[in-house]
Write a protein that binds this ligand. Structure first.
Ligand code: 5GP
Ligand code: ZN
Length: 116
């Protein structure tokens, strides 16, 4: 079910504009509105799942698919060889601010470790 106040559900419904860089029957990928790297995309499922803690067996294939889409975007956009990050923030302490599960794909620069 689509919650009325979910920004990513609204983007998929065309109610909020976004730069869509990939979509298929399982996931959508958009440019992040506040990019933290030269390439910063958000990959999320069509199905509204609140956080990583809410994933079920039915979502296992989707999560694997997200990583395949991340690799495809990185290759297609030319930053795969340099290296990239796929990040999921779960709950407020980790920085989650949108409550529809999503995976950040960050690339086009070098990244330090540990993350902040
Ligand atoms: P989180 O903090 O939950 O891990 O990541 C949420 C991300 O969504 C942030 O990087 C933020 O910039 C992005 N974001 C929030 N609202 C919008 C929006 O309306 N459009 C787009 N394209 N990105 C958004
Ligand atoms: Zn949603």
């Amino acid at each position: 079910m689509m919650p009325d106040n979910c920004v990513f559900c609204k983007i998929m419904a065309g109610e909020i504009p976004a730069k869509v860089v990939y979509e298929d029957e399982k996931v959508t990928a958009i440019e992040d509105i506040n990019p933290q790297a030269p390439h910063h995309y958000l990959i999320f499922p069509r199905k509204h799942v609140r956080t990583t803690l809410d994933l079920s067996d039915a979502d296992t294939e989707m999560v694997g698919h997200v990583f395949q889409v991340a690799g495809k975007l990185a290759r297609d956009r030319g930053f795969a060889d340099q290296g990239f990050r796929v990040v999921n923030n779960c709950n407020e302490g980790a920085g989650q601010s949108v409550w529809h599960i999503h995976f950040h794909l960050l690339g086009g620069r070098n990244f330090s470790w540990p993350p902040g």
